[in-house]
Design a protein around this ligand. Structure first.
Ligand SMILES: C[S@@+](CC[C@H](N)C(=O)[O-])C[C@H]1O[C@@H](n2cnc3c(N)ncnc32)[C@H](O)[C@@H]1O
Length: 256
């Protein structure tokens, strides 16, 4: 099945509705090894105590919530953009509520830890200041806030967005040659056989990016003090750890 949408939220709605595998909600094509590696690294930075409440904004396939649950942590809430995702994740026994980064369904000053990883890249830029204020609002004074995978530059800015499969295939044939074209044909076939919807999204690949100085300044305006920032890490196809070239992780503390 191939579906065209015009924004990133609808991408996740379609995936939640039609994917057999809930891990398709991770934004990494269901690559569990990568998602687990990235979320374990976040927990290493935050080192949550069992009695600390954590909110995961844009919780994807619920990986971070699952890791916390496995370690006996019961105070974790996930926020996800669509009711469809909320339903899928609740069926796994996770605490999840639908909400948007700029309108969180969480009372003020209730979270000891807030995570928002790999989400701002797909949130329209004009919503980012309100989203940062929302995240600061739900954090308790002194809470740690992890904002991860923030691009420093527009990623894949030169790759046109296609609204039909034919358009996408034609673009790949023209610019990348027959091998890539056939690879995409195979992926489309594989998707339809495995019950994974293929979503063609016409929204920009990178909705938001910021240079570290600008991002830290914006966070400070929202009441978040920088603890440190560092390049985000991922796994390459062989499973080796690699640094993401364009993305930074930021650890902030809400002013006490
Ligand atoms: C790429 S996944 C991130 C998954 C997870 N944080 C991780 O790093 O493994 C994107 C998540 O962001 C959510 N999302 C997208 N736009 C959002 C918005 N405007 N407000 C809240 N969540 C949003 C989606 O519902 C999805 O859960």
């Amino acid at each position: 099945m191939i579906v065209t949408v015009s924004n990133h939220v609808d991408t996740y709605r379609v995936k939640a509705k039609f994917s057999r595998d809930v891990h398709q909600l991770d934004g990494r094509s269901g690559n569990r090894a990568r998602t687990e590696f990235i979320n374990r690294a976040i927990l290493e930075v935050l080192a949550p105590q069992a009695n600390q409440s954590l909110v995961d904004v844009g919780c994807g396939d619920g990986c971070l919530l699952q890791l916390l649950k496995q370690s006996g942590h019961s105070e974790a809430l996930g926020v996800t953009a669509t009711e469809e995702e909320e339903r899928r994740l609740r069926a796994l026994g996770l605490q999840v509520r639908q909400g948007f980064t700029d309108h969180l369904p969480v009372p003020a000053e209730t979270a000891d830890l807030v995570v928002c990883n790999g989400v701002f890249v797909i949130v329209p830029g004009q919503k980012i200041p309100a989203s940062m204020r929302e995240i600061a609002r739900v954090a308790k004074p002194g809470a740690l806030i992890f904002l991860g995978e923030i691009p420093q530059a527009a990623e894949l800015a030169n790759v046109p967005r296609s609204s039909t499969a034919a358009e996408l295939l034609w673009y790949l044939l023209k610019t990348h040659g027959v091998r890539t074209f056939l690879g995409m044909c195979r992926r489309m076939l594989w998707s339809s056989l495995r019950g994974v919807p293929m979503v063609l999204n016409t929204a920009p690949n990178t909705e938001f990016y910021a240079r570290p100085d600008d991002f830290v300044r914006l966070a400070a305006d929202c009441g978040m003090q920088l603890e440190r920032y560092f390049p985000a890490k991922d796994l390459d196809p062989s499973g080796a750890v690699k640094t993401m070239e364009t993305r930074m992780n930021y650890l902030f503390k809400k002013a006490a």
